[in-house]
Ligand binder design. Structure first.
Ligand SMILES: C[S@@+](CC[C@H](N)C(=O)[O-])C[C@H]1O[C@@H](n2cnc3c(N)ncnc32)[C@H](O)[C@@H]1O
Length: 399
């Protein structure tokens, strides 16, 4: 994947890694400079505040965060000062950034984003701006989904036995495949989107995990006849009125359209005692408890399964969160989007949407258990509230 910089020298992945590490870019820098824990703690609502927080910081880490994480446009002079002319040339030649305008006014914009996940870096399409089709030489296709809290939740729980054969379905950026690659003996990653296949291959090479075998296709089609000790899947799962695009997004009216096919394949593609993990939203229809929905998923599965409900919100909560993208066009546009999402959910009789983690093992006593792991608010406050504290302080005798 090397490309040439202006001096005609080949830019290698090692050069790119050096720009990031010499510049101090990584999860620690994000925590220190932006105070965030999760990659999607910065969303459309607090993006401007995050950018303002580090606007005057000219350090290399801050400039790289503005460019590659917040996707801000940065004066070329700042970029050159922070990471050197050679660092800038390396990013430009690799198709990671491009310049706008000319002369002293030149500005630099990212063509893709770079998310630090642990010690690794995952490249994907921009979160806050439209897709840049020529970025990094990736082919045409739908946007590649950046690692987000659902991705990291799944990675955190999915455990493989040592030297496992792993299948990552719906790989996107390849974040799950990479996470499992350390201990696995072989990892196959599948995505239907050609651009995601290119991104996952790029990320595998960038992070030194060339053994990940990335294949394009519809779920199990590229692994016909094969079985695995671990299968992980983060399928498109949003219960969305936008059913057509992009490929990472919609899971049909109840969110589980792709998930159901993923689970159906576990019977044939899980080795004996192998385990599978998935994350999804589930739209809960009035009068259909989640136990019934989960029972339907596992009707033909021969082993045991667990469904953990991590979060639940009403239809309005989902509509309000998913419509945020429309804020770019103002509050009225946002309101229209909320109404549209809400009407869609109501039309499909979806009252609530739950985020669930699903685990299944091909062995043990057949059955499905559903557990509710939502945080509970205790009925009694454990510490005095702010008003009570102030009252007490005011009432205390002055010394
Ligand atoms: C929510 S993203 C998940 C990406 C990544 N695994 C993660 O955890 O962040 C879902 C991915 O599923 C892919 N996808 C959608 N339908 C698919 C199908 N039928 N077969 C394979 N991949 C599919 C999309 O292209 C997208 O990359």
């Amino acid at each position: 994947m090397p490309s040439k910089n202006q001096a005609g020298r080949k830019t290698t992945l090692a050069d790119l890694r050096a720009v990031l590490s010499d510049g101090g870019y990584g999860a620690d820098a994000l925590r220190k400079l932006l105070g965030i824990q999760n990659l999607d703690d910065i969303g459309l609502l607090n993006h401007a505040a995050a950018a303002a927080r580090i606007r005057d910081d000219r350090s290399a880490a801050a400039v790289l965060i503005r460019l590659l994480f917040l996707e801000e446009v940065e004066p070329l002079v700042n970029v050159r000062r922070a990471i050197g002319a050679r660092g800038f040339e390396t990013l430009r030649a690799a198709g990671w950034v491009r310049t706008r305008g000319g002369g002293g006014e030149s500005r630099v914009a990212a063509r893709l984003r770079v998310d630090p996940v642990g010690e690794r870096f995952l490249l994907s399409d921009l979160r806050f701006r439209g897709i840049d089709r020529g970025a990094a030489g990736w082919p045409a296709g739908d946007e590649v989904y950046p690692p987000s809290s659902d991705s990291l939740l799944l990675a955190q729980v999915a455990r493989a036995p040592a030297r496992a054969r792993v299948l990552d379905l719906c790989t996107g950026s390849g974040v799950q495949a990479l996470h499992q690659s350390t201990d696995a003996v072989a990892v196959v990653a599948v995505d239907i989107n050609p651009r995601a296949v290119a991104a996952a291959s790029y990320n595998a090479a960038f992070n030194g995990a060339e053994t990940i075998d990335v294949r394009r296709g519809d779920l199990y089609a590229p692994v016909r006849g094969q079985d695995f000790d671990l299968i992980v899947a983060n399928p498109p799962f949003v219960t969305s009125p936008y059913e057509r695009a992009p490929s990472f997004h919609s899971g049909g009216p109840t969110g589980d359209r792709v998930l159901r096919r993923v689970i159906r394949g576990w019977r044939d593609h899980l080795a004996k005692d192998g385990c599978a993990f998935a994350v999804s939203h589930v739209g809960i229809r009035r009068g259909t408890p989640i136990e019934e929905v989960a029972g339907g998923w596992f009707r033909t599965f021969p082993g045991r399964a667990l469904v953990v409900v991590c979060e639940t919100g009403g239809a309005v909560d989902l509509a309000a969160a998913q419509a945020l993208f429309a804020l770019r066009d103002g509050l009225k546009a946002y309101r229209r989007e909320v109404d549209r999402w809400h009407a869609y959910l109501r039309g499909h009789r979806i009252d609530e949407v739950s985020l669930v983690l699903i685990v299944a093992c091909n062995g043990g006593r057949r059955g499905v258990e559903v557990v509710d792991a939502r945080p509970r608010v205790l009925p009694l406050p454990l510490t005095p509230g702010p008003a009570e504290r102030i009252e007490k302080w005011l009432a205390a005798p002055r010394s």
